[in-house]
Design a protein around this ligand. Structure first.
Ligand code: SF4
Length: 313
């Protein structure tokens, strides 16, 4: 029987899942992914995690609890850096300890360090299942291709959407805030149901992000800041966007700093409407609906009023 590795569907799973899942599968391991976030996962998360953690970290606890008894190992990497010269949230580096000390009765944890500038990659985790370095390396390279393919697909979609004549909204935020539809109360689908296209920063290529981030004259430390600053500069240069919504986690220091920097860039360089949507475990769906509807009404109203004003003055 193949070994079973559990991967919580939370935090950076939303960015790296094609790499992680394919890597273990390529080594003949059975991968068990926790289910989509649900009320039970949220309730278990709140009960088991310290109060002052952000919602995404709390949810990670709930996802671990949902699969811990079904697997031989849990994959909880210690992610330190993914870009040279930039940092990520320190909570990712302390996650394996936080989980070990908060949740009793866990199976062994694969807590390999991932620090890409130092060459430490997911591939270290292969040693749990194979002694053959060539096999591990092949499994990793193949999984990396799957990740790149998924990124490319999103970017191709973006190229097609750029030519669509629907109104477009850019939604900024950490991937886990954007793509966990339970925790964000299905914001992306709600916008699409109103007939608008939704863009996210994952749809812009790393090269474009980097190129436009370099035009920013301030300093930033975070990988996440580079992505959002690059995306904001890109949008200002290309135009073609009717509104920006920034989904942030209540209590996230990085969102507080990056959010205000991005808002300043957008407000200085354009008149694009910009809205923050803060989420935590107490956020009510009715309030989110009202804010989204009001924001879209504002965009419609601007579109109609502007078309009543002669372009020739
Ligand atoms: S970046 Fe913010 S939302 Fe993400 S884990 Fe860190 S504190 Fe939480």
């Amino acid at each position: 029987m193949p070994a079973k590795v559990g991967i919580p569907r939370a935090l950076l799973f939303y960015k790296y899942s094609p790499l992680w899942v394919n890597f273990f599968q390529n080594l003949g391991v059975e991968v068990v992914i926790s289910p989509q976030t649900s009320k039970k996962i949220l309730n278990d998360a709140i009960e088991s995690c310290v109060d002052d953690a952000c919602l995404p970290v709390k949810l990670y606890h709930g996802h671990v609890l949902s699969i811990k008894d079904k697997v031989d190992y849990l994959f909880i990497p210690r992610i330190m850096r993914v870009n040279k010269g930039r940092h990520i949230c320190p909570k990712f580096g302390g996650l394996p300890e936080m989980i070990k000390y908060s949740l009793p009765g866990l199976p062994p944890i694969i807590d390999v360090e991932i620090d890409l500038p130092k060459g430490l990659r997911t591939l270290q985790a292969g040693r749990y299942f194979s002694k053959d370095y060539r096999q591990i390396s092949k499994a990793y390279n193949n999984a990396l291709l799957q990740l790149k393919e998924q990124e490319k697909k999103l970017q191709n979609k973006f190229t097609r959407w750029q030519h669509s004549d629907k109104s477009k909204i850019m939604v900024f935020g950490h991937p886990y805030n954007l793509y966990d539809s339970y925790s964000n109360m299905n914001v992306l689908a709600k916008i699409e149901r109103q007939g608008l296209d939704v863009w996210t920063t994952e749809m812009i290529s790393d090269q474009e992000i980097k190129k436009y981030a370099e035009t920013y004259d301030g300093k930033y430390l975070w990988t996440f800041a580079e992505r959002l600053i690059g995306a904001s500069k890109y949008l200002l240069a290309k135009g073609n966007i009717e509104g920006i919504i920034y989904i942030s986690s209540f209590g996230c220091g990085i969102d507080a700093v990056v959010g205000s920097t991005v808002e300043r860039i957008v407000r200085r360089g354009s008149k694009i409407p910009f809205m923050f949507l803060n989420i935590d475990e107490h956020t009510g769906e009715g309030g989110v609906d009202t804010r989204i509807e009001a924001f879209i009404d504002l965009i419609d109203w601007r579109g109609k009023s502007e078309s009543n004003i002669s372009a020739h003055g």
